[in-house]
Each structure stands twice: as C-alpha cells, then as structure tokens.
Design a protein around this ligand. Sequence first.
Ligand code: SF4
Length: 684
Amino acid sequence: MGQNKISYTTCPYNCWPINCGQQVIRYDDGRIEITGNRHHDFSKGRLCVKGQCSHEIAANKDRHLTPLRRDGRQGGFKETTWDEALDEIAEKISANIKKGEREATALYHSHGNIVQRINWKVLTPRFANLVGITLWDGNFPCWYDVGVAQQLTGYWGLHDPAQTCEKTAALINWAQDPCASQANMTPYILKVRENKGLVITIDPRVTQTAAISDIHLRPKLGTDVWLANAAAHILIKEGAYDQEFVNKYSHGFNEYKNHIEAFAPAEAAKVCEISLKEIEELAAIFVKNKPVSTNLTRGALGKHLNGIQMVRAILCLIGLSGNVGVEGGGAIWGETIEFNLDLCGKDKRPAADYPVNNFAAIDKALEEGKINTLLVVGGNPLSQWPNLPRLRRQLRQLDMVVVYDLFMNHTAREAADFILPATCWLEELGLRTSNRRIYIMEKILEPPGQCREASMWMNDLAKRLGVNDYFYWDNKEECLDDCLRSKACRRATIKELMKHPEGIEADLPEAPYSDYVFDSPSKKFEFYSTSAKEMGLPALPTYEAPLESITDTPGLAEKYPLQLISSRRNTHFHSFHDSHQVIQTLRSLEPEPILYIHPQDAAARGLDDGDYAIMFNERGKGRIKVEITTEVPPRHVSLNDCWPQLNEVTSSYTPCPPNVTAKLGMGGQPAYQNVLVEIKGEQK
Ligand code: SF4
C-alpha cells in the first residue's frame, strides 16, 4: 500500500480581498479530501461553505468531458474532437485577419480563468496579443470604475486586511458585506471589536456584517458622495483634518474645500435619508479614532452611475482625515502583486481598432456588428452582463460563439456553437496572489476525459494561426518561474513555493504610500484631478442623480416603483458552476432566485412569503420567489447576483466613457445598481 499524498492549493472561488488556502489529501484509492490549510497566512485552516464543498467540483457528473458542437442553431449538442473544433475556430479567426478585421474576434475571460492568476495576468493576454484579437476581461463588470477612482486620486495601495484589522481603531465597511461575500473576513472583523475598536457598516440593507457592527448607517442607495462629502465638510469646518498631510502631500485642496462647501450636512441628511446626527457621528469617527480603516474592497460602489465619484469622495475623506500611509488605516483593496508582465507580449500586438474593455465599447461593438466571433473563457455573459434581452439579440447575430468551461452555463446553453471542456483548479499547476502573499496551487489530479488547460488549447490554436512562440517553455513550471521574475514576486520559484504552504511574502511596503509619493501626475494625493477633467470627468468628487431612482426620476418610478439592489450571499460566487446548481450542497442552500422585499411593499402587492412573482421593467422580466424581510428598506428589493433574472432588467448604460478606459486601462462598469422594477405576483 502506498502513502496518502498531501498537497496545497487555494480555494477555486475568486473572493477578494482573500483567497483561502486548501489542503488536499489524495488517498490511495483515488479519493480526495479537501480541508482548510492551517498554514495559510490569512485563512488559517478556515473554509466557508463554498470552500468546504469544493470537493463536489472535480468528479462532478455534470462536467463537460469532451468538446461539443451545436447540432443545429436551436438544437442540442453533439460530441466533436479538439482538432475539429480548433480547426474551425482557427479558420474563422484567420478569415477575420485576412479581411483586415482582427478586432472582429473577441476573447472574454472572467473569474473562472482569473482564479489561476497567471492565466489572467499573463497567458490569456499573451494569446490575444500575439494572435492579434480583441481582449475583454471580467474586471469591467466587477471593479473597474473603482480602479479609475484610485488612479485619479493617485492612491492605489493595498492594506492587508488581517494586519489592518489587528491595528485599526475603527473599521468602516463601506458598501461591503464581507461576512457574506468573503466569510473568512469575519474573524478579523471580530478582532477589531475584541481590541476595543469600532466596527461600522454603511449599507442601506441590514447585512450580516451590519449585524456584528457597532454602528450601522443606512443611506439611500447611491447617495454615498453626499455622505462622504458631508463628513468632509464637518472635518474642514471644525479644522479637524490632517493639515500637515494636506499642506505637504496633497494637490488641489483649496478647490476641494470650496467644492465641499456645497455639501452641507443638513442637506446631506435629506438626500441620504438619514439623520443629521448620523452624519455627525460618521465625521466624529474620523476625529476620535486613529487610525481608521475603510474596507472598500472593490465591487459594489463601481456599479452606480456615480461609482467613480463615490469612491473618490471616500478616498478624499480618508486622505483628509490623515489615514493615508498609516498602518491600520487607509483603504483595504484586493491585491497589487505584479508578475513579469513583459511576457504578455503587448509590444507584439498587431495594430487594429480593438474595442476597449469597457461595457459601452463592448455594447457598441456588438450592436454595430463589429464583432462576429466571441471566445468566452471561464465566463458567462448571459448572466454577468447587463440588459440580457439586448445582449441575447446581439449574440444571436454573431457567426460563432465558443465557451470554455467546466459546466454548462447560460451562455453555453443559449448561444455557444462550440463548448470546450475545462480543467478545474486541482488539475493544473498554478499560483495565486492574495493580499501580500504568493501561494502555490499544486497539480493534484490528472484532467478527466478530454479536459485541457486553457494555455494548452490556446497554444494549439495559436499555432494554427501561425504563432509558434505562444507557449515556448518546456513545461508549466518553467513558464510559472518566468512569470514570477518580478520585483514584487521576489523572483520566487515554483520549487520554493512548494516548500511554503503558508505562501511567500511579496515585496510590498507595510503601509502603502508611507513615503507620501503618490501615483498621480503631481505625485501628490489629488483632491482635484486635472487628468479627470481632461478626460471629460468631474475634477472633484461630484454627485449626479441616478438615471433610475425612486426619488430622482418620479415619472419612471410611478411605473416601476421599486429600486433593485444586486447583492451577494455566502452560498454562491456570481454565476460560477451554472449558478451553483451543479454543486449539490450549494444548490440545497439556494435552489432558486429569491427576491427580498420589505413587508409593506409585499403587502401592497398582495404577496406572501414564498409566492412566485414576475419582476419586470421596460427592458425585460424574470420569474422569482419572494421572501419578505425588513433587511431591505421600503421601496427597495434585492436579488443575488448569481441569477440571470437580475440582468434581465438591468441597463446597458455605462457611465465611464471608453476614452477613459483607453487611457487608464480601466473603467466601464455598467450602472447595475441604478434600476427600477415592479413586481407582480403570479395567479395563485
Ligand atoms: S471565503 Fe469561502 S469561497 Fe471565498 S476563498 Fe474563502 S473558502 Fe473560498
């Protein structure tokens, strides 16, 4: 009898700012057991329910094991071979190139591919650059407008969540519910309270994080610019701001100060629909507690019409209050560890009119027929992207859609011509960066059936297109070692990472910007951004009323009187694994889309708990089950973002224009959170 083998990897879900460690035991009889990796610097052996039931992924009976091709446009699928599929895909891409329309082939890669950091950062961009096709990635629906705000302020730093929670006097979870979306943050949040620090949540909903917070502010959805600017107004009026930081290290304070005059707290209380006392309480948190840390991670705020300005307003408040460059202060983001990005082959990219990774540009390109071939790698546009009725029509107009994934998903089912079978995280050698560390993801299993790593089939496809140096390494380990040749990665090697299940610390400063040199044109912290103005954005954090809102668009609200909030819970990760329906444990916890509605709104529509209803607006409709709760405010409803029903009704409107993305490489989130709907119960 041989020995059971212990290996280390990280959880296959792509949580930010944490990615928990896993220990995998492979028994002699082939069974595997997955538990938390207790050596892991952050998760210390803990796994949330998704991580705990991840053993249901690899040997799942619903996995794609062979390439499939559609059997007639409306029909089912039949098996094909990799060679046949790749020949046909190559023929299509090649025809586009010959016509001088390289950009007509687009590759969209998302969380399923991003889990393996090298695929996301190096190998997939390298494929798109060397072959010369359009590249879009899953960051634009997720956090790209937040990235624009960071760049405009020049404040792009990562504060490690664990260290920060240990050292902070007050933690503000601003539009974040980490206890639900990144459950292993919970012990760190509790640590703040154990250390006699304050925990504050700012969210219109009653969330799991709000439930363990000392203070919960519930401003009206989308009014965060008013809230942050009003708190800044108080700090400036009272002279209770960090004058040394402002005088020495900031740019445009006088313009900011004048601008902030207009955000009087009493007026803010009306706009935000909270009390004046609560706004004063928020300002007082910054005065009485040193340091204050703000957990913004990435997602939620960017999904508003005002997303860039909301984040800028909060960053300005962080700077003003003297929390930049301070351990235990600042903003908590995801990660900033860069690989050897020279390998991306950006300089070899053939010239073409590629639509940028911004939903306004993507929507325009699809609408105008500029794209005819779409390769989807680890993504699911027919759940992730907004305004699905419009997108569905656009996808029908394409000549070819290819989906590479583990399981069937909405896009594959409805639109794919080819489905290519993917490897899961246990079946390829890889690595993960998270917080301040780099972790090994060991190859533990051989891929089943004909499942192949993305870089392997991309290599075969590249060769068919005359690119012979895409994957030029002798093996994956050599490739990864090459990718790790960067300052931040300390030129670590896979062999070293194998010896360190606790991860290797990256070369990053303890407290970002402790030298007070910022990543902005002025090298200062920019309250006022000239580059924003040059790109057509407001130079100062400015409020703009949402396009669809119960108070700002009363005409529309008469027809559709409920504001829809997209949310996350612990039982799903976006639309992974066919909206988690192929993972038995998760399916049992969330088997269908639930719409959370306040009792008074349910009563007004004659809805009882558990009723089925149609949620609709002018764009589309979706069938949902109703759950009545006071967790959502009156006149609001909330739906988890794993269900396509959500995006049946969202708008394609993208506040950040493509010229910003072309310049900054970021921006372009649709305004997912600015949606009005109505609900009608089904006949009982
Ligand atoms: S919080 Fe859960 S899903 Fe996210 S990385 Fe950790 S174990 Fe995985």
